[in-house]
Design a protein around this ligand. Structure first.
Ligand code: FAD
Length: 448
């Protein structure tokens, strides 16, 4: 294990979740000399990468009392980023199990995360099958500490503990967002969310409409097209007259958004097409959800904006003792989680300074004003895309470590271009061999 730096201040920190974010948070906090307990309600590390055949009983996942199935991963899922780009910065995602592909299966990602946890002995601080039920300030008026209430093994063991700080790493792919569809209440077909999609066979001979233009909609539509009678993808960002047969398929069409659905089972698109449909699948993303968190209004979720958060991590009123990892999306997640974790660990120890609460609020307000001036809706507050690299480099500067490698940036961008141009083949055909070589030259620095 890497030796710990001697800390300025050591804290007792609760980390919620042992997915890719919680694992690297635990490592960085311990490296900085903090003591850590990771709460994980599943039986193993890996979060969303733990594939399961199980789905939730409510196919739309709207019933708040439903038993939650954490993973949104489907059987044929392969990564949408090349492994060199996707891995943590100092623990390269080289071949880990039986899948040597550059865009490997979910099982390979899980194997990688397990090895990461093993390499840094993180399991020794994880409480498995332990769900955090409530996180609230420990004292009226606040002394900065947090009360963490948890239940272990289906509520047989209850704990009520106080921690100096809490780092929230609970993942953001379980609480579905749904499209609003006029007439849906009396439409007789079946509705579901992609969170509950696993395999294409149940869609044999059916007519399926998927809503969305995310990676999931692109991949799942093609997965299902091999079995279904017809697959139609509806997307609100398409022009109203969009009606395009997808090349390479006899039964896959791209449309504009759904205008309405009717009692006879038909779906009417904005492009004027009317089709009798068996299933509508919402591939419309997820909502941030922190059901356990009580902050007396210091942190809210409003139209999918989690705020106010300084640099997507610290709520100024509660900083640095409450923080969030993994809020940004349209990013390369693992290296970003790693930098956020280093920053949180260093701020907690006092090695890295935060601005005053007033200055953090000013920064947040000016960021919101910029979004508004650009006409960007609130729900896109945490979407980064190309801006992620400036953000990563800002974090790296705070932490005193190198910024994002040039090859990683270019690889992300070229993969994006290939993915949009060739969704069927981008995972198996590429030209960026020189970037792969540069990545492996860097990886030689690490002995993993
Ligand atoms: P998660 O992996 O969701 O982990 C959160 C953990 O918190 C879980 O283990 C959960 O059990 C635990 N938890 C939640 N609430 C509680 C509680 N109250 N008490 C205790 N434990 C709790 N990223 C890529 O880099 N490449 C890809 O190709 C890619 N493809 C994706 C495909 C799909 C379908 C999805 C959904 C995501 C994909 N991602 C991809 C993004 C992926 O989510 C991130 O890579 C990353 O795994 C997120 O990690 P996380 O730790 O934030 O969340």
């Amino acid at each position: 294990m890497t030796p710990s730096l001697s800390p300025l201040r050591s804290h007792h920190v609760a980390v919620i979740g042992a997915g890719a974010a919680g694992l690297v948070a635990a490592r960085e906090l311990r490296r900085e000399g903090h003591s850590v307990v990771v709460f994980e309600r599943q039986k193993q590390v890996g979060g969303t990468w733990i594939y399961t055949d199980h789905v939730e009983p409510d196919p739309l996942s709207v019933d708040p009392t439903r038993p939650v199935v954490h993973s949104s991963v489907y059987a044929t899922l392969r990564t949408n980023l090349p492994r060199e780009c996707m891995g943590y910065r100092d623990f390269p995602f080289v071949v880990r199990s039986g899948d040597p592909r550059r865009f490997p299966s979910h099982a390979e990602v899980l194997a990688y995360l397990r090895e990461f946890a093993k390499e840094f002995a993180i399991e020794e601080v994880i409480r498995f099958e332990t769900a955090v039920e409530r996180v609230a300030p420990a004292a009226e008026g606040g002394n900065g500490k947090w009360r963490v209430e948890s239940t272990e093994k289906e509520k047989r063991v209850r704990r009520d503990e106080v921690y100096d700080a809490v780092v929230v790493c609970n993942g953001h792919y379980i609480e579905p967002r749904l499209a609003e569809i006029p007439g849906i209440r009396s439409w007789p077909g079946k509705e579901m969310h992609s969170h509950n999609y696993r395999i294409p066979e149940p869609f044999k001979d059916q007519v399926v409409v998927l809503i969305g233009n995310s990676a999931s909609a692109v991949d799942i539509s093609r997965d299902i097209a091999g079995h279904a009678k017809e697959v139609h993808v509806a997307c609100r960002s398409n022009a109203a007259d969009t009606f395009i047969k997808q090349p390479g398929y006899s039964n896959l069409w791209m449309h504009s958004m759904i205008e309405r659905v009717d009692e006879d089972g038909s779906v009417v698109f904005q492009n004027g097409q009317t089709i009798l449909v068996d299933v509508i699948m919402h591939c419309t993303g997820y909502k941030y959800h922190f059901p356990f968190l009580e902050t007396n209004g210091s942190v809210t979720v409003d139209d999918n904006r989690v705020g106010p958060l300084y640099k997507d991590v610290f709520p100024p009123a509660l900083a640095p003792y409450l923080s969030f990892i993994g809020i940004p999306w349209k990013v390369v997640p693992f290296p970003l989680f790693e930098l956020q974790s280093k920053w949180i660990a260093g701020v907690l120890s006092g090695r890295i300074m935060l601005p005053s609460k007033e200055d953090m609020m000013k920064d947040i307000k000016s960021f919101y004003a910029t979004l508004e001036a650009q006409g960007i809706p609130k729900r896109y507050t945490h979407r980064m895309g190309i801006a992620q690299f400036e953000y990563d480099d800002w974090l790296a500067t705070q932490c005193g470590c190198p910024g994002t490698e040039e090859w990683r940036k270019v690889m992300y961008l070229t993969t994006g271009v290939r993915k949009r141009a060739k969704p069927e083949t981008y995972r198996d055909e590429w030209e960026d061999h020189h970037l792969v070589s540069q990545a492996y030259q860097d990886f030689a620095l690490y002995s993993y």
